[in-house]
Design a protein around this ligand. Structure first.
Ligand code: CMP
Length: 143
C-alpha cells in the first residue's frame, strides 16, 4: 500500500488546524496509520531538510520548525503522495489555490502550515526518519 509522510507544522498546531486538516484527508478516503506530537530535535531537522541546509532561508526554517510541537503523521491510500500534494497546494501560499490547505489557511512561504512528501522515494525516506515500523498501525477501513 502506498504511504506518505505529512507533518502539521508549529503554526498549524498552534492555530488549532489539526482536526480540520485530518478531516480533509479522512473525507477524501485516505487512512491515518501513525501520528505523534513532537518538537523536532536538531539532528532530525538536519536529516529531514538536508537538501535545504545551505539555502539562505534554512536558519529561519530551522527556528520556525522547532518553535513548538509538530504533529507528524503517516497516511496510506491509492496515489496518496500525489493526492495529498494536490490537497496541500503550492509551497508558496501566495500561489496555492483556494480549496487547498495552504490556499485556505496560509499567507507566507515561511509559515505554510503543513509539509508533505513530494515523491514515493521521499515518502519512504521521511517515514523512516520519523517513525519506527512498530509505530505504524494496520486496520481495515470501512468506506
Ligand atoms: P516544505 O514543504 O516543508 O519543504 C521545505 C520548506 O522550506 C518549505 O515547506 C517551506 O516551509 C520552506 N521554504 C521553502 N522556500 C522558502 C523560502 N524561500 N523562504 C522561506 N522558507 C522556505
Amino acid at each position: 500500500m502506498e504511504r506518505t509522510f505529512l507533518m502539521i507544522k508549529p503554526d498549524g498546531v498552534q492555530r488549532g488546524l489539526i482536526g480540520e486538516i485530518i478531516a480533509r484527508f479522512e473525507k477524501k478516503g485516505l487512512k491515518l496509520v501513525a501520528g505523534r506530537f513532537e518538537v523536532l530535535p536538531e539532528d532530525r531537522v538536519m536529516e529531514h531538510y538536508a537538501e535545504h541546509k545551505d539555502k539562505p532561508f534554512f536558519p529561519g526554517l530551522k527556528a520556525y520548525i522547532t518553535s513548538g510541537p509538530c504533529f507528524l503523521m503517516v497516511w496510506e491510500g491509492k496515489n496518496v503522495v500525489s493526492i495529498t500534494r494536490q490537497m496541500i497546494g503550492a509551497t508558496n501560499p501566495a500561489e496555492a489555490l483556494p480549496g487547498t490547505i495552504r490556499g485556505d489557511f496560509a499567507l507566507e512561504i515561511g509559515m505554510n502550515v503543513i509539509h508533505g512528501s513530494d515523491s514515493d522515494e521521499t515518502a519512504d525516506r521521511e517515514i523512516a526518519i520519523h517513525f519506527k515500523p512498530e509505530e505504524i498501525v494496520s486496520f481495515e477501513k470501512i468506506d
